[in-house]
Each structure stands twice: as structure tokens, then as C-alpha cells.
Design a protein around this ligand. Structure first.
Ligand SMILES: [Zn+2]
Ligand SMILES: [Zn+2]
Length: 342
């Protein structure tokens, strides 16, 4: 398929979608109910439906029985870790294999024309972004994900958290499920904004930002502090009347769903000339420019509210540069002694 029907390529080969990124239709002005209704299938399918399906699979089929979860055991942790690692290998590894190793789509719809394997760098373990990101995912973030998970299950198994049954509380639990992607955007925005403060950025978040040209394995390549607090969003369910399925929906939206911002392609070509939207552009721009788009792709428009939204357009670029100039000027006026003579 000709990707230039959907975007342009600059001189350096970078792909820019024709349409600037937009927040969810709920926040677009003028408000259009028709647009919101037309957007609902895209909101549900396929990404959120996939996370909900895996949540159901884990709770009803894969996790150990609830009696054994009443005590924290290494055996259960190892089982859960094995499940998560296998799930991530299949899901992230599948995208990696198809689009980055076999490159079935070539560079069509790829934002950055380079593949990470073509750019060895000293910032990565073994000078390899792929190997570094893979090892950090499997041996740092997924083990911490499993710690969050087993503690969550332990709390439910001992009735320390309010576990509502679907039969009697289906309306409330449906509302909680529907709220999960929105709450995730809010939680992620504020956690992410926090780790962009200078000290935490330097010691924690810079690990994730080593990948300027992210690929699937970059998604959960994090410093352990970030990995733990990122995954701990699922514990919010322990604070409200909820259900393990809803808690797993958050856990998997956060864990498996991290891939969306790091796919590196605007769209995937599907059989029958169909295209699957990756929802990767907004977070791709965050990796490119660092101090924009702290949230997801506009389900809750916090970046618009805080003036850090970048939709990929030239105007947004100018706004960003102006913001950086003002920030620099502020820093200079605060510490004139540090300013070199010009
Ligand atoms: Zn990222
Ligand atoms: Zn960041």
C-alpha cells in the first residue's frame, strides 16, 4: 500500500501523518455526538478488547486457585511470572518478529526510517537497543509487574479488598471497566510528569528515554523504580469496590498496552486493504521531543490542558520551541552566575 496517501516523508525519510493527532472526539470542539458514536468501536476494538480478553483468561483459567493465593509463595510468583513473560514474548515478540525482524511492511508507515538494529549505541547494554530493551523488560519490569500482581491477588484472596460479584453489581463493575482506560491516562500522565522532574529524570526515567526511536521492546524497558510505580496502577482497584477482572484489565492495559506508544509505525497493513491504527504517534513524539505529550493519545486531554500537547504539526513544533525558549530564559534569570558570557 502507498503510505504517502496518508502522510508525507521529509528529506531524512521521516514519515509524518497528514492529519495532526487529535484528542478523543469527546473533547473535540465543536462537539459532535455522531463523531463520538462513530469512535466507540475504535475505542473498544481491538486494543481494549484484547486487554479485557486476556484479563478474563488470566482470572478464570490461568491464575493459581484462590486458596493458595491467600499466602504469598515463591511457587505462585514463579508461575505468574512465567505466564507474564510468555504473554509478553508472544505479544511484543510477535510485533518485533513480524515488523522489525522479517519487516513484512518494510518502512511503509514507519515514522523513523531507521530500525534500531541499524544504530548501535553506547547508551545501551551490549550497544544494542533491542537486547538492552528486551533484557530490561523480561528481567526487570515483568518481575516487578508480577510482584504487583501477586500482592493484588493476595489482598483479594484474603478479602482485604472489596470484591464485588458481577451478578449483583454488574452496572457498577461495567462502569469501573469503562473507566479503566480513562483512569490509566490520568495516572500515567501524573506519574510520567513527575519522573520528568530533573532529579527523577536523571536517575530513573532517562533509562526509558534512551530509546529515541522506540520499538516494541522499548515499551517496558524501564528503571525498576519506574517499572514498579507504572505497574502499581492496578492497586487502585484495591481502594474501591471492584473485582479481580477489572483489576486485571488495568494490569494488562498497562503491561501489554505499553506497546501502543512504541510500535514505531502509524498503521499496520491488514488483509483486504484494511489498515490497523497503532495509536503510536503521540507517544512517538514524546520519545522524539521529550518534553511534550506526557499522557497517552488524548483519551483525557491533560496535555492540552497543561500546554504540552504536540500533534505533529509545524504549528505545534513552533509552540514547543517557544515554550523551550521561555523555559531557558526563566532558568537563566534564576541563575545568572551559571550563564556563560555570550
Ligand atoms: Zn515510552
Ligand atoms: Zn518520558
Amino acid at each position: 500500500m502507498d503510505d504517502l496517501r496518508f502522510g508525507t516523508r521529509d528529506k531524512r525519510g521521516h514519515f509524518h501523518p497528514l492529519q495532526p493527532a487529535q484528542p478523543a472526539p469527546l473533547w473535540q470542539r465543536p462537539f459532535s455526538l455522531r463523531r463520538v458514536i462513530a469512535w466507540i468501536p475504535e475505542f473498544l476494538w481491538p486494543w481494549n478488547a484484547f486487554h479485557l480478553a486476556t484479563a478474563l483468561l488470566w482470572v478464570h483459567v490461568l491464575i493459581p486457585d484462590w486458596t493458595s493465593l491467600q499466602t504469598l509463595s515463591l511457587r505462585n510468583w514463579l508461575w505468574l511470572y512465567g505466564l507474564n513473560a510468555a504473554g509478553i514474548l508472544l505479544f511484543f515478540g510477535g510485533f518485533e518478529l513480524v515488523y522489525y525482524v522479517r519487516r513484512v511492511q518494510g518502512r511503509r508507515f514507519k515514522y523513523n526510517p531507521k530500525f534500531p538494529s541499524e544504530a548501535p549505541s553506547d547508551v545501551f547494554w551490549f550497544k544494542s537497543q533491542n537486547l538492552d530493551n528486551f533484557l530490561r523488560t523480561i528481567f526487570v519490569t515483568v518481575p516487578l509487574w508480577t510482584v504487583v500482581e501477586i500482592v493484588m491477588l493476595w489482598a483479594y484472596a484474603n478479602s482485604w479488598a472489596v470484591w464485588l460479584p458481577w451478578g449483583t453489581h454488574w452496572l457498577w463493575l461495567s462502569a469501573v471497566t469503562l473507566a479503566v482506560p480513562f483512569v490509566h491516562e490520568i495516572y500515567f500522565f501524573f506519574l510520567h510528569r513527575l519522573i520528568h522532574t530533573p532529579f527523577l529524570y536523571r536517575w530513573v526515567h532517562s533509562v526509558h528515554h534512551n530509546s529515541i526511536n522506540p520499538s516494541p521492546w522499548s515499551s517496558l524497558s524501564m528503571h525498576p523504580v519506574e517499572g514498579f510505580f507504572y505497574m502499581a496502577e492496578a492497586w487502585l482497584h484495591l481502594l474501591i469496590p471492584s473485582n479481580p477482572v477489572c483489576a486485571y484489565f488495568t494490569l494488562h492495559s498497562v503491561g501489554f498496552g505499553a506497546i501502543n506508544g512504541h510500535l514505531g509505525f502509524e498503521k499496520f497493513e491488514m488483509p483486504g486493504e484494511r489498515l490497523l491504527d497503532s495509536h503510536a504517534y503521540v507517544h512517538y513524539l514524546h520519545h522524539k521531543y521529550f518534553e511534550v505529550n506526557y499522557g497517552g493519545d488524548g483519551l483525557v486531554p491533560l496535555d492540552i490542558l497543561f500546554g504540552t500537547w504536540h500533534d505533529g504539526s509545524k504549528e505545534a513544533d513552533e509552540r514547543m520551541k517557544e515554550r523551550f525558549r521561555r523555559k531557558k530564559a526563566r532558568q537563566r534569570s534564576r541563575s545568572p552566575a551559571d550563564t556563560p558570557a555570550e
